[in-house]
Design a protein around this ligand. Sequence first.
Ligand SMILES: [Zn+2]
Length: 261
Amino acid sequence: MEGVVVGVCAVLGLVFGSFANVVVHRVPAGRSVARPPSACPSCDARVRPMDNVPVVSWLLLRGRCRDCKEPIGVRYPAVELATAALFAAVAVRFGLDWALPGYLLFAWTLLVVALIDVATRRIPNRLTYPLTPALGVLLVAAALLHGEAGVALRAVLGGVAGFGAMLVLALISPRGMGMGDVKLAAFLGIGLGYLGWGHVVLGLFGGFFLGGIVALVLLAVRIRERKDFLPFGPYLALSSLATVLIGRFVIDAYLRASGVG
Ligand SMILES: [Zn+2]
């Protein structure tokens, strides 16, 4: 049964990975994700349904447009495979559980947000505004279906806490952190809060830790100057995703080591 769930989620991941490519490409440009249908970026020829099968079509076409033969970036199948891997990992973590849809949404959103933030240094409101309440509804419903009202409340408070903590940090040090990160923290806080307060702390502070280390390394090798703006979104996303998947082992080990657990 477990294997079936993981397999179904991996296939779902390929499909939603294909959609992620559309969102990453169009949302920063303010375009509709529904229409027009996908077209070749070089010659504008419409992508035929048979050429729109995730990964497979790209391999069969050897990474080129059927019409103009211009190369199609390897990032398209790579994003599809990454989404499939993430969805499979979430399925392994949660199994067939009410919380599974919420965490598939969590993983998909963070992949998309990280890719957009790296490319454009922005986290679009068009993603955080609808997807944050959607995640809240999915996880509150999951908690209530488990009969755990306390968990539902903690997920909501986690979102409020994430937003509040990040807002304070953004006001103290406006450089390097934008309101996009503050809004993203509300989304992250909901997903982390459902699992526990330890997860909220680990996920959000892990992001700063990770971002800080990378920033120091880049400064040390002089790839970046101190004044350059480093997007924090991808680090927050990566840290929060890792915390959802394996944070419980880290937290357990910490509690054991400190003699609490
Ligand atoms: Zn073409």
